[in-house]
Write a protein that binds this ligand. Structure first.
Ligand SMILES: [Mg+2]
Length: 166
């Protein structure tokens, strides 16, 4: 059975501690889009998220978005953040994560996946040998398939404790 426990579990992207990541040898953030960076169904990122992406860059981390979203939506959002993107990533399969590593020229051990879903983001990262950070979903609305995953997720998440990164 694959280990579906993320390395870190925090509330939002703003709780990610860059110093801890550096300590862990991480130089690359692979970011999920829907309900991690941008609420589901929204195309316009919040100002605070735009600023956070800028901060991640300033802190010296490489970024690649890894999303199951369709090309148009994923590319528009990646364009707003001015970062590369792998769309239709087909998480929980690992191919999209592997492709994103190639795109930004990082090793799997140097990257960490940030996402709101255990059965897509954490799972795909694990299969690709990438660490992961689970965040709480930004909104309660989800794709139909995601709603099913959420039920399974409940059983994993109830054993997880959200805490400050350390
Ligand atoms: Mg998501």
């Amino acid at each position: 059975m694959i280990n579906l426990i993320p390395e870190y579990f925090v509330d939002t992207i703003y709780d990610i501690d860059f110093n801890i990541l550096r300590r862990d040898g991480i130089n690359t953030l692979l970011l999920d889009i829907d309900n991690t960076l941008v609420p589901f169904k929204t195309m316009i990122p919040e100002k605070s998220t735009m600023e956070w992406i800028k901060l991640v860059k300033t802190e010296g981390f490489k970024i690649c978005l890894v999303s199951n979203a369709y090309p148009r939506r994923a590319q528009i959002i990646a364009g707003k953040f001015d970062v590369p993107v792998i769309y239709m990533a087909k998480k929980p399969f690992k191919k999209g994560v592997i492709d994103s590593l190639k795109l930004v020229n990082s090793k799997n051990t140097e990257a960490i996946m940030v996402g709101d879903q255990i059965f897509t983001d954490v799972f795909a990262a694990r299969l690709a040998g990438v660490k992961s950070i689970l965040v709480e979903p930004m909104t309660k609305s989800d794709f139909f398939m995601t709603k099913i995953y959420r039920i399974l997720e409940y059983f994993v998440k109830r054993n997880l404790k959200k805490e400050k990164m350390k």
